[in-house]
Design a protein around this ligand. Structure first.
Ligand code: 5GP
Length: 113
């Protein structure tokens, strides 16, 4: 199977600073940030999107959620942050390797576009 964008980044084939890594996931800065802080947290195992996850992924997904506030704190997001998971074309998913957007550093609006 062809490597995903995030696998290529992890393997150093595409340059990007890894700002967080543990045994199940890693985070990078988004190349096209939508807020002063915009990180992407993805599983090292390349699940295409959240609706492709299986019950066996539950522990890994739980660890990812627990990593989110650590990354937010590391990025200085004391006043709050937002997480987004785009799933499929209507949501605007462009990278088919599941990831959690972590956004903050400005007042975020609701509803999102
Ligand atoms: P999606 O649209 O799939 O939810 O999010 C994919 C994200 O990956 C987008 O916000 C996009 O800016 C980001 N992205 C696309 N290509 C690259 C890249 O080469 N490096 C980094 N750091 N981010 C990327």
């Amino acid at each position: 199977m062809e490597k995903t964008l995030f696998q290529k980044i992890l393997d150093g084939e595409i340059p990007s600073e890894i700002i967080y890594r543990d045994d199940v996931c890693a985070a990078i800065k988004d190349i096209n940030p939508q807020a002063p802080v915009h990180a992407l947290l993805f599983p090292i195992k390349p699940i295409a999107r959240i609706d492709a996850a299986n019950p066996e992924d539950a522990e890994m997904l739980g660890k990812m959620l627990l990593a989110v506030p650590k990354i937010a704190k590391q990025c200085g997001l004391e006043k709050g942050f937002r997480t987004v998971i785009n799933n499929g074309p209507d949501a605007g998913e462009t990278v088919p390797h599941m990831h959690i957007h972590i956004l903050g550093g400005r007042q975020l609006h609701w509803p999102p576009g």
